[in-house]
Design a protein around this ligand. Structure first.
Ligand code: NI
Length: 192
């Protein structure tokens, strides 16, 4: 089932999400719905707050990056991160042009450290600890931030954020063209 994606301006995107208990009802279905929703919107990552659930859960599938030969190894890199905890970020800062399904029309270069170590439960609640780098780190950092109530625009300079104000207000109002269903905080309509 495709779930409408929560747009910028909804307070749920600013909440610190809560831990997911192993007996959370229908978790497998929720995860399947998240993948369906993400693929439909052509995203490479999606966090539960973006579908209106303030839970520490996010998914990634980096397969679309594999179209570029340099990233061929990312084909089929698909993960479910439950109760992810950031152990550390390290390496050199680098810039990458990020976007977010909750902030359609906005893409900006964001600076983040090269790698991240996360402890997390997989979909079977086996606790794992892994270090990621490159684009895998980048997408994981972005999605992890969603579970902390942080958006990529928070990482921009005050000037850049100021320049984006109009666009962000338009998104909150639903004055934006999107190719997937969204839920806008200042508009009651669901847009397709
Ligand atoms: Ni995002």
């Amino acid at each position: 089932m495709i779930i409408p994606i929560v747009a910028y301006g909804d307070p749920i995107l600013r909440e610190k999400a809560v831990r997911v208990p192993a007996d959370y009802p229908d978790l497998k279905n929720l995860i399947a719905d998240m993948f369906e929703t993400m693929y439909h919107a052509c995203g490479v990552g999606l966090a539960a707050p973006q579908i209106g659930k303030p839970m520490r859960l996010f998914i990634v599938d980096l397969t679309p990056f594999a179209d570029d030969e340099a990233h061929a190894h990312m084909k089929g890199f698909k993960r479910v991160f439950i109760n992810a905890e950031k152990i550390e970020e390290s390496g050199e800062d680098w810039k990458f042009n990020e976007g977010c399904l909750s902030l359609p029309t906005i893409r900006e270069d964001v600076v983040r450290p090269a790698s991240i170590t996360l402890a997390y439960d997989d979909e079977n609640f086996n606790r794992k600890r892994e270090t990621f780098d490159g684009l895998i780190a980048r997408v994981s950092q972005h999605e992890y931030d969603h579970t902390e109530g942080v958006l990529f625009t928070d990482k921009l300079s005050p000037l850049k954020r100021h320049l984006l104000k109009g666009k962000l207000n338009d998104i909150a109002k639903g004055s934006v063209e999107v190719t997937y269903p969204m839920r806008f905080p200042l508009g009651v309509k669901l847009r397709r």
